[in-house]
Design a protein around this ligand. Sequence first.
Ligand SMILES: C[S@@+](CC[C@H](N)C(=O)[O-])C[C@H]1O[C@@H](n2cnc3c(N)ncnc32)[C@H](O)[C@@H]1O
Length: 251
Amino acid sequence: MERGATSSAETWDAFFSDFYLRAYAHDEHENAEAQALSAARLSGCPAGGDLLDVPCGFGRHSVPLARAGYRVVGVDRSESLVAEARRRAGGARWPKLSRADYRELPFPDASFDAAINLFTSLGYLGDQEDTRALAEIGRVLRPGARLVIEVMHRDLLVREYRDQDWRLVGEGRLLLEQRTFDAASGVAQVTQTLIEGNGTRDSRSYSIRVYTATELVAMLAAAGFADAKCYGDLEGAAFTTATRLVIAASR
Ligand SMILES: C[S@@+](CC[C@H](N)C(=O)[O-])C[C@H]1O[C@@H](n2cnc3c(N)ncnc32)[C@H](O)[C@@H]1O
């Protein structure tokens, strides 16, 4: 693969699959619910308003937000993750869940009061296509509606950089992560290996663009958003090189 390029859509599809569910869908419901409610508050979505969760993954934010009364629509490109989100929604009227690429959302202009994009859900496609995705999210927002983004960013990655670490991800399963970072392009290459309790191993590799706050704010402006504000968490803490990055920007 070309150094400094992000992965192809096929590589991402192979990662956001049953592999991702095994690595990330273990027990963390309360934390996800708290994050979801904070993100919705920061987005300024009115109570009971139309809220887009994009991408929604396996529904860990969409489901509690719908229970809290928002009319949530979750969109994701991954068939297996949307299937898991549907299973978690358990046939309730909300959230509505659809499978789509966030560069081509299946909704009319100005459909939503707010949108959330959580847990580093940008960087997969590179600057140009990520800007296109942001513009498409902007298209489906009502005038003045806010988008809340929550991501890893380059300053934090460099500050905490380790070329490898591992963690337990439930049911005796180990997730090993090995990284390289190309400072010129801002692209991290990551190999994740899942090691099951019985010793079976399965690996996926990907290359992701890790933006600075400055870059993401400029991309939001290019995508038609205004008034971008940076925070260090979804509660509105101060943004520094030691925090994650949350940006709220208006359509
Ligand atoms: C790190 S996950 C986060 C999902 C969710 N926001 C959460 O916090 O659980 C990123 C998600 O982006 C989705 N995704 C990747 N590329 C996409 C695209 N081009 N269009 C829509 N969704 C995409 C993946 O399928 C995956 O569910």
